[in-house]
Write a protein that binds this ligand. Structure first.
Ligand code: IMP
Ligand code: MG
Length: 172
């Protein structure tokens, strides 16, 4: 591993942003129950910080997806793991680390819709708008970045660097 990483978002900046997102979620879902569906593995740090600030009844479930991107194809998404839970008539809140092309989220949303939830919303820590292929809008969005490859705070490069407490740009 001879990559270098330059800091992009400090721990304090991330914490402040997560707190703002939680405030908004608390206000929007007031009086309701939330069924969180977190996308493994990248979202786990974000998820645990976010949910500690949610003051509503919450259940947590997980799905692990893999996307295989061909050079020109839109990419194929496969489910690697899914916890067994019912989404019917639930307020599903998807928690995702980063939206790049949007292919992964588009696939997941279509799949969830089949289960007839009351609502589906998306909470994403980071988006890269210049890379989007599918027009998916996050209802709650932390940061927007240019086309960098970033690691830390759950985000990996070949499964490494997830445990960095900050988010940085990876230079290969
Ligand atoms: P999408 O289907 O192209 O939107 O890909 C989204 C997934 O790709 C995310 O859930 C991440 O797992 C991964 N990903 C995209 N960009 C980055 C990045 O800059 N760092 C780490 N993982 C990334
Ligand atoms: Mg992910």
């Amino acid at each position: 591993m001879n990559e270098t990483i330059t800091p992009l978002f400090k721990e304090e900046e991330i914490a402040a942003k997560v707190s703002q997102l939680a405030d908004k979620i608390n206000a929007d879902y007031k009086g309701k129950q939330i069924s969180v569906l977190a996308i493994l593995k990248g979202s786990v740090f974000f998820l645990s910080d976010l949910l500690r600030r949610i003051n509503l009844p919450v259940t947590i479930n997980f799905v692990e997806l893999r996307s295989y991107k061909g050079t020109e194809s839109m990419g194929e998404v496969k489910i690697r793991f899914e916890s067994d839970f019912s989404m019917e008539q639930k307020n599903v809140l998807i928690v995702e680390d980063i939206v790049d092309t949007g292919i992964t989220l588009d696939y997941l949303i279509k799949r969830i819709e089949l289960h007839k939830p009351s609502s589906i919303k998306i909470c994403t820590l980071i988006e890269k708008p210049s890379r989007k292929k599918i027009d998916i809008k996050s209802d709650y969005l932390g940061f927007t970045i240019a086309d960098y490859y970033i690691v830390g705070y759950g985000l990996d490069y070949n499964e490494h660097y997830r445990n960095l407490p900050f988010i940085g740009i990876l230079h290969k």
